[in-house]
Design a protein around this ligand. Structure first.
Ligand SMILES: [Zn+2]
Length: 96
């Protein structure tokens, strides 16, 4: 095997050769696209994120986060009640 195919970022794909010959093809893995850091949904159009949490959260998660921040600012909720994965994003909004 050539050294360039020993990398972890290259995967081996089985292909049939002529007759019963086994043959392989090496394909370089592509990177993971932009996805929501809370729910993992794929973010569409995240090339120039200009809105709040653009390129980091999906629309559903960001709207829920903004609502939670409003509740905390209004005094109806505490920051400790927010789940841990979302807490840092809410803290960003509350601290403004
Ligand atoms: Zn999400």
């Amino acid at each position: 095997m050539l050294p360039r195919f020993r990398s972890k970022s290259v995967r081996k794909i089985d292909r049939k050769g002529l007759g019963k010959k086994a043959k392989f093809r090496y394909v370089r893995k592509t990177g993971r696209g932009a996805c929501c850091s809370i729910c993992g949904a794929v973010l569409a159009g995240a090339k120039s994120p200009s809105r709040i949490f653009g390129g980091a959260l999906c629309p559903e998660c960001s709207s829920y986060t903004i609502k939670l921040a409003g509740k905390i600012k209004g005094g109806n909720m505490k920051l400790e009640d927010v789940d841990v994965g979302r807490r840092e994003f809410v803290r960003c909004l509350v601290g403004r």
